[in-house]
Design a protein around this ligand. Structure first.
Ligand code: 1CP
Length: 343
């Protein structure tokens, strides 16, 4: 698998590529399947359909890896919080965690209730061609905690940050209980057949450097250490979005993962100079370039010029696909990267 080789910095015939949120509403095929089940969470729970939409981008775009179709929020859902995806508003939890007493809501062994995820993985792996990787994933404890504390998405993270400063012990308890689940959740995904795992820390950039290392990165590193010690052959990708302001701080600490996801807000040359020796880098085309073919090609040329054609790079977007991006350009993007990065 070219994607797995690249995660391990082995030589590959070209730079492998996949796209964050490659399954989604920009594909009419996705919308068709989604319409049949109705609710987004029903799609995540429907093994046959979730597997189908996981495979769609492989058939349509021909990317080098498929990513499990699910959502980071199924973990807090199964921890007992109750979740609805409200149309045009995004995810909303029925209960949230704001004090010690709220902690009583949280149930242990949520990972055992996520068998629909593991079944989707086994089915998908059995259908996926042998040269394509299947990526499993989870949300990072900090990002998941913000949803559990706010009860929904947020621009300011007021409640989460208030807790961080005024009751850090409670926040650590929430983060620890998430980490305990996530270790076993990723482990179960590996047992079900994923070839790599990715940890999404979408709201890393909400914290200042020291707070991020104490409350965010520490827990990611713990999870990565657990997985690495048991499954050293499985590459781990970490995507801490919004940390460009303190990228240098990741250089001199002990880490247990292979690939660092670079968001589109970070200058890739700068990232390469700082982290390129320590990690394989994944990223970071600005997704909106896909609206325009020339802008997309210019972005691709620039990235390939910086990363060269040697090992050490996985091509991706710097954040997820948007629902109205043109699929024709997404298809061309995959072909373009493959041709332009040919060794
Ligand atoms: O069909 C729909 O309209 C639902 C849109 C959608 C999709 C396609 C949601 C709701 N989740 C997903 C799938 C999803 N989410 C995947 C599948 C695999 C793929 O990439 O193709 C993955 C990996 C995620 C991860 C995820 N969910 C993240 C981390 C990555 C990122 O984008 O930063 C986050 C933050 C979520 C929460 C979430 N789920 C859905 C929405 C609208 C949101 C974000 C809400 C917010 O902005 O707060």
């Amino acid at each position: 698998m070219i994607f797995i080789d690249a995660c391990k910095r082995k030589e590959t015939p070209y730079t492998p590529i996949w796209l964050m949120r490659q399954a989604g509403r920009y594909l009419s095929e996705y919308k068709e399947v989604r319409a049949k089940v109705g609710d987004f969470l029903d799609l995540c729970r429907n093994v046959e359909f979730a597997s189908k939409v996981t495979l769609q981008p492989i058939d349509i775009l021909d990317c080098d890896a498929a990513i499990l179709f699910s959502d980071i929020l199924v973990v807090p859902l199964e921890m007992g919080l109750g979740l609805d995806f409200v149309k045009n508003e995004g995810p909303k939890f029925r209960q949230c965690i704001r004090n010690e007493n709220d902690m009583k809501i949280l149930q242990n062994e949520a990972y055992k209730k996520l068998s629909y995820v593991y079944d989707t993985i086994s089915l998908t792996r059995s259908k996926l061609s042998k040269d394509k990787a299947l990526i499993g994933f989870c949300g990072a404890p900090w990002t998941l905690a913000t949803y559990m504390i706010e009860g929904q998405g947020s621009k300011t993270y007021t409640h989460s940050k208030k807790m961080l400063y005024s009751n850090p012990n409670l926040l650590h308890k929430i983060l620890q209980s998430l980490s305990d689940e996530l270790k076993l959740y990723l482990e179960s995904q590996i047992k079900a057949g994923v070839n790599a795992v990715m940890i999404f820390d979408s709201w890393a950039g909400a914290l200042e450097r020291d707070a991020y290392f104490a409350f965010g990165f520490k827990y990611i590193n713990d999870i990565a250490k657990y997985i690495k010690s048991k499954y050293p052959q499985i590459p781990i990708i970490v995507f801490p979005k919004g940390v460009g302001g303190f990228l240098g701080a990741f250089k001199n600490i002990e880490t247990n993962f292979d690939v660092f996801g670079i968001d589109w807000g970070i200058d890739l040359e700068y990232a390469k100079n700082i982290l390129g020796q320590n990690f394989v880098l994944q990223g970071n085309l600005e997704p909106c370039r896909i609206y325009d073919f020339d802008a997309m090609e210019c972005g691709v040329d620039n990235i390939i010029k910086i990363m060269g054609k040697q090992s050490g790079h996985i091509f991706n977007l710097g954040h997820g696909m948007l629902p109205d991006l043109p699929r024709e350009n997404a298809i061309k993007l995959i072909q373009m990267v493959r041709e332009k990065s040919k060794r």
